[in-house]
Design a protein around this ligand. Structure first.
Ligand code: 1JT
Length: 253
């Protein structure tokens, strides 16, 4: 399904990462993929995982450093000569911003969360577009806390609201180049990022009981939706936020 397609995956930390589930689903369908990592501590882990897939590339990319972003896309251009899809699965907020009350969010935490979690989508979309010469698909990850208040999600909710809105504005701009931009709103998953969050266990239990499917979503299910969004099966979908949350978001009480 993705034979002759080239993808670029942002946000793999380990095998539980949503980004890795996306890459594994797409790799199985024949895509070649480049992986970015942030900081030396993730280099080995990402190189090991990427090594499981044929003809992959691993490049450093801290999105707060424009030179690294430019170099990462230059490396993809040099190796593959093109890009068909991009998976953006990165977010960050200082730990203390994800507990207590939103009203105490500092200027610094706000700036960092919005820069890394929301602005980076625009940044990588601009860099990706010239390589997407035959059209393309960009997929990002969001969460329900963008729309409704979820205790402790705080500034990440504000950042995800900006990310979802950015998805629509980017879709409008890039549509003329046949580049589609969509977001997946995933239910909570026990990844490395989520692990650092207080009361993640009880959140997972609560969502698992309340959702129509009476369970939590898996990273593999998010990966399969990313596969759909990067494939031609979704050729008429852009600017959309698709829920992959076992139906949790449709419930009132
Ligand atoms: C970040 C973290 C972004 C955790 C994230 C995230 N997007 C979803 N999660 C999981 C989560 C976190 C909280 C939550 C519900 C789900 C941690 C590092 C920074 C980026 O609140 C109930 C806080």
């Amino acid at each position: 399904m993705l034979e002759n397609k080239v993808g670029m995956i942002f946000g793999v930390a380990n095998k539980r990462s949503i980004a890795w589930a996306c890459a594994a689903a797409c790799g199985e369908k024949g895509a070649r993929q480049a992986f970015t990592f942030q900081g030396d501590r993730l280099k080995e882990s990402v190189e090991k995982l990427a090594g499981e897939l044929p003809d992959s590339l691993v490049v450093p990319c801290d999105v707060t450093d424009q030179a690294q972003v430019d170099a990462a896309f230059a490396a993809v251009g040099a190796k593959y000569g093109r890009l068909d899809y991009l998976v953006h699965s990165i977010a960050f907020a200082p730990r203390e911003a994800l507990e207590g009350e939103f009203v105490t969010t500092t200027r610094d935490a706000f700036r960092t969360a919005l820069e890394i979690s929301a602005f980076s989508l625009t940044q990588v979309s601009l860099a990706a577009a010239p390589l997407m010469t035959e059209g393309g698909s960009i997929v990002t990850m969001t969460y329900y806390g963008a729309e409704k208040v979820v205790p402790n999600y705080n500034v990440m909710g504000v950042a995800k609201a900006a990310l979802e809105s950015s998805t629509r504005y980017l879709a409008a701009d890039l549509g003329k180049q046949n580049i589609r931009v969509n977001a997946i709103s995933a239910g909570p998953i026990n990844t490395l990022s989520a692990r650092g969050v207080k009361n993640m266990g009880s959140l997972l239990g609560y969502v698992g009981e309340k959702s129509p499917l009476k369970r939590n979503v898996t990273a593999a299910e998010v990966g399969n939706t990313a596969l759909f969004l990067v494939s031609d099966l979704s050729s008429g979908i852009t600017g959309e936020t698709i829920y992959v949350d076992c139906g949790y978001n449709i419930m009132g009480i």
